[in-house]
Design a protein around this ligand. Sequence first.
Ligand code: V55
Ligand code: FE
Length: 484
Amino acid sequence: MPEIRFPDIPLYKGWGEPMRSESTIEGLELIEGAIPAGLEGTLYRLGADRQYPSGRTDDIFIDGEGMFHMFRFHDGQVDYRSRWVETTRYKLQKKARRSLFGRYRNRYTNDPSVEGVHMGTGNTTAMFHAGKLFALKEDDLPYEIDPDTLETRAQDDFDGQFKAQTFTAHPKVDPITNELLAFSYQAKGDATKDVAFYLFDKDRKLVNEVWFEAPYAACVHDFAITDEWIVFPFFPLITDLDVVKQGGPFYQWHPDQEVHVALVPRYGTAEGIRWFKGPAASAGHMMNAVHEGSKVHLDLCFYSGNCFPFFTTPAGETSPTVPPILTRLTFDLEANGDGYTQTPLLRVPCEMPRTDDRYQGRPYRYGFMIVYRAADGSSAIGRIDHETGELTTWAPGPGDAVQECQFVPRSPDAPEGDGWLIMPVSRVSKNRSDLAILDAQNLEAGPVALLKLPVKVRSTFHGTWVPAETLASGAYPYKLTEAA
Ligand code: V55
Ligand code: FE
């Protein structure tokens, strides 16, 4: 049988050491505080692990087979479970007992035995819509996941309604209307410029579909929504099919190219698209967008250069590391010209922005994110109040890090931001994790409950909270209420 040996690279050292195992823990140990009464539901999160070493030294952290995690809150206890996403890739490798797929999204580096097999990893986020749970990766169609056992079911194309080849890992499920807003980029295959916006109703019925062409075959990791306009940013991390065919990187950074932003009419057609432009810059994640009269504001963790320095320029130059700064880009539909303005909202770098998702696409006050400001690599969870500009934080301690947080309203009709923030905490020096629950209005008081995991939750990317009643009914019970 093939030898299993991971390469000696920083990616697989320390916290990044592959975990490669599935866990079931019935009843996590409560080490601080008390689980809030009435908190009933499941936090699903998804991340990458490594089933087998790829035999390469150019693996990157956004690659690797999906590991689905769930924390189920029921009757005063929390159960934890983690399972591989059993993609086609996973199953073939399991059988071969070795890696068969090569460089990130580069099919030309795969083992000849898997020619024509999709290399999707299902590693980026959990989506729950209309009673179904999915594992998403932006280069592939969704895999359905059993919400109780985490067993992988079939891939899903919305009964043939979803015609594009790829499905974003940053869809927006509106927990008020139960609609699903999603998109596809490189929608007709690797390096194609085709983009498609999809709007589905609460029953997975297609409401609108808008196809258009991007200026280049960009990495479109996330988008943002408003009531009338859907915001698609295109950053110059570009796929060149010839480079990919030669075994090269899937994206290259083009500092000489501009950022292009499309405002797509939510209920309109491609004829109604408005385009804006700005100097080269990039981002992975959007916090939210706000439609205000003739203006659309996009709040995002904005890098003044390349957000992925491991993707070099075509000449092979590595970009300087630039911090992600929470920034508001403003597009004025009535202005002459096609520029936009940039306003920084915070001084400290931050990533993995979240909101009270009842306010996605609506005027909003609070944002939540991971704040980076310590030299020891530790991080804090933060809340920005856009009304006052104030930042409040909680840090788990020296050397320890928080993962992306999840906001859970205190009750279906609680005011914006009134509820809990739940997140895995990486106890790096102990090589294991905690699950922290904080009062979202009082982060500085520290966790209201801290649960201990005897195992490591290797870094996850994104996730979602599904209330117990939503798991049963398929629909979110949430309402919008004015703040007191
Ligand atoms: C990102 C993440 C991905 C990916 C492409 O954060 C971009 C950005 C976790 O996978 O495949
Ligand atoms: Fe992401």
